[in-house]
Structures are given as C-alpha cells and as structure tokens.
Design a protein around this ligand. Structure first.
Ligand code: HEC
Length: 128
C-alpha cells in the first residue's frame, strides 16, 4: 500500500467518524427536541393523573359527562386541534378547564401539565 492510498483511507475513516458522531448527536438530542413527549416524565404524569384527574376520569372515562371521555375518538371529536397537536390540546384544557372541569393552572406547574398530557396521550393511543 503506498502513502497516497493510506492517506485516502485515513480521510475516509475520518469522514465516517464525523458521520457517526453527527448521527449520535441527532439520536440523543434531535428526537427529544422534536417530540416533546419523549423529553417528559410520563410516569410522573401517571401519578399526577391519579391524584388530580382520576376522581372524574377513572380509566380514561368521564363520570360527569360519559361521552366526553379521554378516549382517542372523544379527544379527537371534542378537543380543538387534537389531531394536529395532541399534547398541546390536552394541556390547554387542563390549564384553562372547561364547564364542569376545573382549571389546573394554579395547581400544577407547566411541566407537570405537559407530563400529564403526555400520559393521557399515550393512554389514549393504547386504548386505556
Ligand atoms: C371535577 C371533575 C373533573 C376533574 C377533576 C378533571 N376533569 Fe377533565 N373533564 C371533566 C368534564 C366534565 C369534562 C367535559 C367538559 C366539557 O366539555 O363540558 C372534562 C373533559 C376533559 C378533557 C377533554 C375530553 C373530552 O372528550 O371532551 C380532557 C383532555 C380532560 N378532561 C383532562 C383532564 C385531566 C388531565 C385532568 C386532571 C388534571 C382532569 N381532566 C380533571 C371533569 C373533570
């Protein structure tokens, strides 16, 4: 192997290294950045749900207005923008409340609201 070939090989290895580092960086930060649900602690959301929401929404239902449950079809039907921005739509309802549902903006932090929203979204996708 002459020197030129060796240099070419080293260049190629360097290029591969750069590609690999870039891919790792995207995997670590990119997905979390683009998908807020991944960066949120869903298990904490589940606990907050049990303490604050389950009294009315046990099992993803609704003890006051049974049709307005937390099932995917109901969320899609009654929450504005649910189909385009699900977590945001759930967070909005929790923050501001609606009719007989109380607002949680003075009770839960923004982060906690997002964590519960991520939990509700996950459960709705899984069919509770
Ligand atoms: C006092 C009972 C009560 C509590 C507690 C409560 N909700 Fe609700 N929730 C309701 C009622 C009633 C509605 C229907 C409101 C309407 O549209 O008139 C509702 C609707 C919703 C909806 C929209 C679903 C749909 O089909 O319209 C979401 C999402 C939701 N609640 C999430 C939560 C979360 C998350 C919590 C806990 C932080 C919570 N709720 C706590 C009573 C409650």
């Amino acid at each position: 192997m002459n020197l030129l070939n060796l240099l070419n090989l080293l260049n190629l290895l360097n290029l591969l290294k750069i590609i690999l580092i870039t891919l790792c960086a995207i995997a670590q930060f990119g997905f979390g950045f683009f998908n807020p649900a991944l960066a949120l602690d869903i298990s904490n959301g589940a606990k907050i749900f049990t303490n604050n929401c389950a009294s009315c929404h046990i099992g993803g239902g609704n003890i006051l207005i049974s049709g307005k449950s937390l099932r995917k079809e109901a969320l899609s039907q009654y929450l504005e923008d649910y189909d385009t921005d699900s977590i945001q739509a759930i967070s909005y309802q929790m923050t501001n409340g609606k009719n007989a549902m109380p607002a949680f903006k003075n009770k839960l932090s923004e982060q906690e609201i997002l964590e519960v929203a991520a939990f509700v979204f996950q459960q709705a996708e899984q069919g509770w």
